[in-house]
Write a protein that binds this ligand. Structure first.
Ligand SMILES: *[C@@H]1O[C@H](CO)[C@@H](O)[C@H](O)[C@H]1NC(C)=O
Length: 218
């Protein structure tokens, strides 16, 4: 027979467990993995809070509050050149945030961004333009920046960042990544290495914001 005391203990455990479960349901832990056929990466430097949730197919939903820096999204690993389509909601024009096709290569270690929309900070500020690219009816400017002793997929490292920044911001469309990679090399002598991951990322820097984005192969 189940004693009344045991029943009470079980009830008490259930009651105390529910707030914890509620917290966990607000978002997954930072990390990488696969979800519904897509690779995902969710990174934060740990300051503030990020409620990141993977959704169906290539979708994710995220809300961040008072972060220092976080970046995440869904895509592919490895992420060789492909045509990418995306859609969704991203309305962070008044805070420091990016919406970008984002990825890494190794040998050389490179962090790259094809920026579709950004908020208060233009990532090309203070750098000189290396060229331009036309893709899906828009013009992108090419830039390179250098990161010294910063977080990377290989730990703290010094590496280059390659950028395409769309002059007219948008949320939704297709991106021909091969075109960007080819023009980076041709116009800026920007070499990429071995494909690591490629995701349709949202990023927040010293900001609060939200996004709901879906990516797929075009
Ligand atoms: C993206 O578009 C598809 C097709 O119209 C729609 O079903 C889906 O809900 C959209 N995703 C987001 C995140 O808005």
């Amino acid at each position: 027979m189940v004693s009344f005391t045991l029943l009470l203990t079980a009830l008490a455990a259930a009651v105390t467990a529910s707030p914890l479960q509620a917290v966990q349901e607000r978002g997954i832990q930072p990390g990488q993995g696969t979800h519904d056929g897509f690779f995902y990466s969710f990174w934060t430097d740990g300051r503030g809070s990020v409620d990141y949730n993977n959704g169906p197919r290539g979708s994710y939903r995220v809300t961040w509050n008072n972060v220092n820096n976080w970046v995440g999204g869904k895509g592919w690993k490895p992420g060789p050149p492909r045509k990418v389509a995306y859609n969704g909601t991203w309305n962070n024009y008044n805070v420091n945030s990016y919406l970008a096709l984002y990825g890494w290569t190794t040998n050389p270690l490179v962090e790259y961004y094809i920026v579709e929309a950004y908020g208060t900070y233009n990532p090309s500020s203070g750098t000189s333009r290396l060229g331009t690219i036309e893709d899906d009816g828009g013009v992108y400017d090419i830039y390179k920046t250098r990161r010294v002793n910063q977080p990377s997929i290989l730990g703290t490292s010094t590496f280059d960042q390659y950028w395409s920044v769309r002059r007219t911001k948008r949320v939704g469309g297709t991106i021909d990544t091969q075109k960007h990679f080819d023009e980076w090399k041709r116009q800026g002598n920007l070499q990429l290495g071995t494909w690591d991951y490629m995701i349709m990322a949202s990023e927040g820097y010293q900001s609060s914001g939200s996004a709901n984005i879906e990516v797929r192969a075009a």
